[in-house]
Design a protein around this ligand. Structure first.
Ligand code: FAD
Length: 386
């Protein structure tokens, strides 16, 4: 039995509760038959299904700006999809993150050109920020965008780019040099088939999804692909992460809830020492710890989401707390779930074994846990009287 008591919390409106129930039924009926052996094909199928049944419309506002991103909805969708399938959550999330800079900073023409496609699943989106030498150290980006006639020419490489190889659009962050460091970056929309953009390497990871190193070699784009103004790139990246970071926590929460479901079922059924595993008090202690961490994570996530939805310009501290706590807690919850499953917990293809692999990268991407601590500490120190 899944725990839905959190839906009664005051962070939510009736529309959120209805959506969570509808999506749970949809995920139960639509995600079981996807063949994950070819992750590219699986992702394309997932994006198409999520688009066809209108779930992707939550990843970006209408092109005319008449709707806006609702972070509580994003978080509920990610939490629910993650409970069923890490890859389904990934496919949904990347449409939001990839199109995020266009949603937040695109002009009318850019929004019209791309958002109807990412919201329907007609175009797959990617967010290309990281480079081999600048992951956590974003301001150190070396990919360049040089002004040339009526456009720009991009040169360099991006690494660890999700949806790399299958994306129809990449938002690419490059150095335009208006100022040193973070203030000299800009963001561009680059079509997947733009000449000069190629896939230098496909990267395999422990929870596979489309992932690649991209190469930009004399890659010419029009001036109309620049998002915001030259030099806005760092601001655009951070504002986008500010919205979507909370939802990484939500995906972790979904994984943790699934681990809990599996653990409760296992502990109740498994007979040993003349009773069930769940009768043993040390197991009950583990289950209590798991429940506590899940609720604490959910409170931080929906606090951050609600704060953003209520109109806060930035929620860096709240989002960092939500992502840091939820991802670290989910790792502990899932590890305990594996332990309680005994040998079955490490059997390839068992749900908790898959969760064990699914959760790991979330503590690294969109700002590693140590980076979240820096964000929190900076916010605390700058607001404290010193
Ligand atoms: C599965 C996956 C998918 C990804 N998808 C994308 C994507 O779609 N788009 C994209 O742009 N990027 C993506 N990334 C890249 C991701 O955001 C980076 O891996 C991440 O920012 C960390 O950068 P790095 O790997 O270079 O590690 P490094 O920057 O080398 O950091 C390594 C470790 O050092 C520690 N550390 C770093 N800085 C500090 C500090 N200041 N203080 C204390 N400790 C510190 C942390 O523990 C960190 O984990 C993805 C990564 C993975 C693994």
């Amino acid at each position: 039995m899944r725990d839905t008591s959190f839906l009664g919390w005051p962070f939510f409106e009736e529309r959120h509760r209805a959506l969570a129930e509808r999506l749970d039924a949809w995920a139960g009926a639509n995600l079981g038959d996807i063949d994950h052996r070819d992750v590219d094909a699986a992702c394309r199928t997932l994006v198409a299904r999520l688009g066809k049944d209108d779930w992707l419309k939550h990843t970006a506002p209408n092109e005319d700006g008449s709707t806006r991103i609702d972070v509580r909805t994003l978080a509920l969708v990610r939490e629910t999809l993650a409970r069923y399938s890490g890859l389904a959550d990934f496919a949904f999330a990347m449409q939001g993150l990839g199109a995020g800079p266009i949603s937040l900073f695109g002009n009318a023409a850019q929004r019209r050109a791309w958002l109807p496609k990412t919201r329907s699943g007609a175009a797959i989106a990617a967010f290309a920020l990281t480079e081999a030498a600048s992951g956590s150290d974003v301001a150190n980006i070396t990919t360049t965008a040089r002004r040339d006639g009526d456009g720009y020419v991009l040169d360099g490489e991006k690494c660890w780019i999700s949806n790399g190889g299958i994306a129809d659009l990449y938002v690419v962050f490059a150095r335009t040099g208006e100022a040193p460091g973070a203030r000299g970056l800009s963001a561009f929309i680059v079509a997947g088939d733009n000449p000069g953009l190629s896939i230098a390497e496909r990267i395999d990871v422990i929870a596979p999804h489309p992932l690649a190193r991209l190469k930009f070699d004399n890659c010419r784009v029009g001036a109309d692909t620049l998002l915001g103004k030259g030099g806005d790139g760092f601001k655009i990246a951070m504002a986008t992460l500010d919205v979507f970071r909370t939802t990484v926590g939500a995906a972790a929460l979904g994984f943790a809830r699934r681990a809990m479901q599996e653990t409760v079922a296992r502990a109740s059924q498994r007979q040993m020492f003349g009773g069930s595993l769940a009768d043993l008090q040390m197991v009950q202690g583990h289950i209590a710890d798991m429940a506590l961490e899940i609720d604490a994570a959910a409170l931080l996530i929906y606090r951050a989401a609600w704060t953003k939805d209520m109109g806060a310009a930035r929620v860096s501290r709240e989002a960092a707390m939500a992502k840091l706590y939820a991802t670290e807690a989910a790792q502990r919850v899932i590890d305990t779930a594996v332990q309680i499953h005994g040998g079955d917990g490490v059997r390839s293809g068992h749900p908790v074994e898959m969760l064990y692999r699914d959760i790991r990268a979330l503590r690294i991407y969109e700002g590693a846990s140590d980076i979240q601590k820096l964000v929190i500490a900076r916010a605390v120190l700058s607001s404290a009287e010193r």
